[in-house]
Ligand binder design. Sequence first.
Ligand code: RIB
Ligand code: CA
Length: 319
Amino acid sequence: MNPIPIIVDCDPGIDDTIALLAAFVSPELNILGITPVCGNQPLERTVRNALQVCELGGRTDIPVYAGCFRPMLREPIHGQFHGSTGLGHTTLPEPKKTVETMSAVDFLLEAFGAAAEKGERITLCCLGPLTNVAVALRMKPQLVDGIERIVMMGGAYREPGNRTMTSEFNVLADPHAAHVVFSSGVPIVALALDATHQVMLRPEHVAEFFRVSGRISETLAALMAFWDRNDVRRYGSRGGPLHDPLVIAYLLAPDLFQTEKAHIFVEYESELCMGQTIADWYGKSGQAPNADIVTKVDADGVIALFLERLGRYAEKAAA
Ligand code: RIB
Ligand code: CA
């Protein structure tokens, strides 16, 4: 089967990093580029982190393009669970690789435009705020012809928010961008907190990942240990929710996921509910569904998938 062409838009970020490391060793995926955005960290740090993760994962062949340095309208907000650098307490080597001179938005326009001209489509994996994607969509609406689908981590439907009472971080960080993307007509697979909170990366899992992941084991285990919220009341167990990695898991093993179609709306006016994502499960709005919302996940299957994938670093030589 031909590899799936993908672009990873992200804000590394500990869970972004775990997602990237798994994608790097998955030949089913042809990663055309990585487009960091302002999110968990300011843009300069998410770019730097992405460059360092490419070197850690032995994938300096993948170009990194700097995205938007702030949301479309709102003041930037940053992540609370990734440490001061966005990569926990780890210290990765200085990146030898440099960021591309082309901007992320120009890269998205070029990549999706070229795909559309060839009658091909690229899958867009969104692991952070949707600013880059929204700006590109506003530049060239026919961009949608080159997008197979957007598989995104973001939103919260039947789950409460993780940054405010109602809202999940990626959508809250740029609700206007999320509204543009959900209104674009591009097919969307939405992995929200409803899905990611079903897959907790617990301390006992971290020990397993340390055991299997060879040359990246120290860094990986340190990142995963930092991710432990230690909040049993909120999450029902120790550990941290595997948010962004589920996007990659969905592409690699869709049978581990169940979805329901619904039209998704984004609140971008109310300060109380800013960034809330609302699913019209029963067609009350009269608007056709614009997304497949993941409602059920085989958590054990996802953990096993990632152990197998990250176990590939045991035999994978450094770049
Ligand atoms: O709410 C979780 C999301 O916000 C994840 O993508 C995490 O990396 C942060 O960006
Ligand atoms: Ca992220």
